[in-house]
Design a protein around this ligand. Structure first.
Ligand code: WAQ
Ligand code: MG
Length: 253
């Protein structure tokens, strides 16, 4: 038996009562690691660069092993860009390359940049028309129940690329789960943590890191999943929120 541990933290009350989203996290762990995960999550919510949380919700749920599916870690590249303008241009190119239309790329960027504050989850946007497809409003769809299949092998692989930091690790696991979803064309992401400017574009072809997708100090971040027009939105959301997925590295395949 493994356990899904999830955390969401807000400031100024619960999210559902209008509190401002501070931080969230999710992992799949053995029973023996539940306490450590909770402790780390509480620390993270309490000492966060977005502010101090006054509401922290932690959920622990058992997951039966036969529900688990596996997905490969996406191949990783970093495209050096010198500033936000060239970073966002590179992101646009990568999204077009992955099969998102120009209209959808522009509408996607607009929906993210027009937000007054960061959402807790992601927007599902049609990769053809650029229309928002989910009904989750300012909350967004939160991807959960993913982790590395083998934490040691995963860390080792990232360390070899000098990428062993929490932001990159968690983003890679999320992006690998999302890219494996039927109907997802590509993802665009940058952090809502003011000090973390690196974002990425991911698709089944790979995970492209872009060191400047926003300016240092900016607290507006977000995620967009560009999806095929014919996709069943309900089924996709069910997969993103509930399907347990373990991400495997090269050596485990
Ligand atoms: N599911 C869906 N959306 C999420 C989730 C999730 N589990 N977690 C975060 N988001 C959305 C939400 O709108 C946040 O405001 C936004 O993404 C940014 O979240 O290779 O740290 O956790 O070094 O701040 C990119 C790493 C780091 C690049 C991204 O995002 C690299 C990051 P954050
Ligand atoms: Mg964050």
């Amino acid at each position: 038996m493994i356990y899904s541990v999830r955390m969401r933290a807000a400031q100024g009350g619960r999210h559902e009562d209008g509190g401002r989203h501070i931080s969230g996290a999710e992992c799949l762990v053995d029973f023996s690691k539940i306490n450590k995960s909770i402790e780390e999550m509480v620390q993270r919510a309490t000492f966060h660069t977005r502010g101090q949380a006054d509401f922290i919700n932690i959920t622990v749920e058992a997951v039966t092993e036969n529900e688990v599916v596996y997905a490969p870690l996406l191949p990783i590249t970093t495209e050096e860009v010198s500033d936000v303008v060239s970073g966002r241009q590179a992101a646009r190119r990568a999204l077009l390359q992955a099969g998102v239309t120009l209209t959808a790329v522009e509408l996607g960027f607009q929906s993210l940049l027009l937000l007054k504050d960061s959402m807790r989850g992601a927007m599902l946007i049609c990769a053809t028309t650029g229309q928002r497809l989910d009904q989750s409003g300012l909350r967004g769809v939160r991807v959960s129940r993913m982790d590395s299949f083998n934490e040691i092998a995963f860390s080792k692989q990232l360390k070899a690329m000098a990428l062993e930091n929490t932001h990159t690790k968690e983003a890679l696991l999320l992006a690998s789960k999302v890219a494996a979803a039927p109907g997802v064309v590509a993802e665009l992401c940058w952090s809502d943590d003011p000090e973390y400017t690196t974002g990425y574009v991911a698709s089944q072809a790979g995970y492209i890191r872009l060191p400047h997708l926003k300016r240092y100090g900016d607290t507006l971040g977000g995620r967009i999943f560009f999806v095929r027009p014919e996709v069943s939105v309900d089924q996709l959301i069910e997969y993103l929120e509930n399907q347990p997925v373990l991400i495997t590295t090269d050596r485990e395949r």
